[in-house]
Write a protein that binds this ligand. Structure first.
Ligand SMILES: Nc1ncnc2c1ncn2[C@@H]1O[C@H](COP(=O)(O)OP(=O)(O)OP(=O)(O)O)[C@@H](O)[C@H]1O
Ligand SMILES: [Mg+2]
Length: 222
């Protein structure tokens, strides 16, 4: 489903080249849920951005399905991302000028898939994260955990093949977290997709099929 080989990432800061990681390999099989643990600042979100085609690696290749996404230029990469990927950002990135339903609907609108059934899908998606009655609320009126659940509903609305989730339960109480986790695992199991889940919680990681740890610039099996 996902195969990343020899990924390297560096950034410039203070006029100097900083190496964040290199030679990172990672694979996800169809239907698999993999958890990624690692200390704050080790590069988990950066790696997710590369796998999600939001940023490009300095070295290495990424295949998602049959497509080498690192060989795609914009805007093909954006089109690929919209169709096949669901990204739950650590900082949610809800659109402040859109209400909850419009935020969740956005991926469908961007795909041009705004069919007659879109409103119902949005309503079902909101119900699945316990926010059926908040459709018309704007993000700044929501609690952190509510915003996180809107971000999750938005990431799943177009039935993506690969879900990349950056600490998706970080703002949630244990019961709500459990519900969200079940939703994400079900998404991975459906139509042979996959889920990569960044988390600081060993309990959440224990629910995955496999646990990886990011340490000293390397991804190792736990
Ligand atoms: N373009 C950049 N410019 C400056 N620093 C960067 C850049 N990209 C990554 N970094 C640095 O790389 C490190 C890794 O960041 P990243 O957000 O990937 O960590 P993380 O593992 O997700 O941490 P957390 O668990 O706190 O979310 C950070 O110190 C960050 O500041
Ligand atoms: Mg992070």
């Amino acid at each position: 489903m996902l195969r990343a080989t020899g990924l390297g990432y560096r950034y410039r800061e203070g006029g100097r080249d900083q190496l964040l990681f290199e030679n990172v390999d990672l694979t996800l099989a169809s239907g698999e849920c993999v958890a990624l643990l690692g200390a704050s600042g080790c590069g988990k979100s950066t790696l997710l951005n590369l796998l999600g085609t939001i940023d490009s690696p300095d070295q290495g290749t990424i295949h998602i399905g049959d497509q080498e996404v690192t060989a795609l230029a914009e805007p093909a990469r954006t089109l690929f991302r919209r169709q096949y990927l669901g990204f739950i950002y650590q900082r949610f990135f809800l659109v402040p000028t859109l209400n909850v339903a419009e935020n969740v609907r956005l991926p469908l609108d961007l795909m041009g898939a705004a069919s007659a059934g879109a409103d119902q899908r949005v309503q079902e998606g909101l119900a699945a994260v316990g926010l059926a009655d908040r459709a018309n609320t704007f993000p700044d009126r929501l609690s952190g955990g509510e915003q996180q659940r809107v971000a999750i509903a938005r990431a799943l609305i177009h039935d993506p093949l690969l879900v990349l989730a950056d600490e998706p339960t970080g703002s949630l109480d244990p019961d709500t977290a459990e519900g969200v986790l079940a939703l994400l695992l079900a998404q991975a199991a459906r139509n042979k997709g996959a889920l990569l889940l960044v988390t600081h919680s060993e309990a959440v990681a224990a629910r995955a099929d496999r646990v990886l740890r990011f340490e000293h610039g390397r991804v190792v099996s736990q």
